[in-house]
Structure formats: C-alpha cells, structure tokens
Design a protein around this ligand. Structure first.
Ligand SMILES: C[S@@+](CC[C@H](N)C(=O)[O-])C[C@H]1O[C@@H](n2cnc3c(N)ncnc32)[C@H](O)[C@@H]1O
Length: 156
C-alpha cells in the first residue's frame, strides 16, 4: 500500500522538510510514503479566497491517482489514538487501495476535497499550523506502523 500526502504549500522551511524526511525514510518498501505539494494561491489584499480554495482543491484532487482512498486532515475529524491508527493502517492495507491524506492551506480544505473524503482525521482539538501538521502526521503514521510490526519504537 502506498501512502500519498497531498499538502498545500511548496516552500517549507528546512526544519519542516528535515522533520518529515526523518520519518518518511523509515517506512518499508511495501508502504512507501510520498509528498505531493500543491502551490498555495496568492493571498493578496483583495484575494478571492473562495476561488483560491476552489483552485487548490481542484489541483489536489487532480494529483490523486484514480481509486485512492481519500482521507482529509481536519480539526473536527475523528481523533484516533495510536492503537486505533494502527488498526486503520491494517484496515487500509486489507482494503487493497492506496491512500491519499490531504492537508489544507491557511483557510483549510476546499469543500470538494472534504466531500471526496471517506474518512476525516483530527490530530488534535487544536488548530495546528500546516507545516507542523506534516511532521506530526508522518511521525504518527510511523508510530502506528511500528505498532503493527511490534517494532520497539512505540512503547506502552
Ligand atoms: C492552518 S490549518 C487551516 C485552518 C482553517 N481555519 C480550518 O479550519 O481548516 C491548515 C490545515 O492543517 C490541517 N490541520 C490543522 N490542524 C489540524 C488538526 N488538529 N487535525 C488535523 N488536521 C489539522 C488541516 O488539513 C487544515 O486544513
């Protein structure tokens, strides 16, 4: 199963890319994790935010291979603890499809992306900055994968 993370924003600071790479590189070859970055629309003074969100949403959906399970990262989504996320990983694997996880930009995700998602996942009740979401997401996925493998990274 492949995991694709589709995220708005292309110019992340080095500390974000370093943090994300630290976890991505640990995944095994039968569960590779990749990032697809979608350029954020220009948010000038009189920007049409609705149109910008729509365009970001169109680009996100266009970047997802047909048939993938779409899961959106949303503050109001389901809070999964690590054992639950590990079960999700196993269920996704059994389902046989690849998974695309969507992270929105400053105003969140386009309604079209939310409508296309099969599952909505909340990392915290707090609204997190999207660069930080990338790191927390990749670490959480790695921790959950380690649970599925009885790997000592995660300890109860
Ligand atoms: C800065 S937040 C967007 C905030 C926006 N006002 C909203 O309500 O979605 C950018 C993106 O990070 C992700 N995000 C932020 N906090 C999150 C959380 N606690 N759980 C899951 N995803 C989160 C979401 O994908 C969101 O679209």
């Amino acid at each position: 199963m492949r995991i694709q993370i589709v995220a708005v924003g292309t110019k992340m600071p080095n500390w974000v890319n370093t943090g994300v790479d630290e976890f991505i590189r640990r995944f095994p070859s039968d569960m590779p994790v990749s990032f697809t970055e979608i350029p954020a629309g220009k948010r000038g003074k009189n920007a049409d935010i609705k149109r910008i969100l729509e365009k970001e949403g169109e680009q996100m959906l266009a970047a997802i291979p047909k048939g993938n399970r779409i899961v959106t990262l949303e503050v109001t989504g389901k809070p999964w603890d690590t054992p639950t996320l590990a079960k999700q990983l196993d269920n996704w694997k059994m389902d046989g499809r690849d998974v695309s996880l969507l992270i929105g930009g400053p105003e969140g995700l386009a309604p079209e992306c939310i409508a296309a998602s099969e599952q909505k996942w909340s990392l915290s009740a707090l609204t997190l900055p999207h660069p930080l979401v990338r790191i927390i997401l990749t670490e959480s996925l790695y921790r959950a994968w380690s649970v599925t493998q009885n790997h000592p990274y995660h300890r109860e």
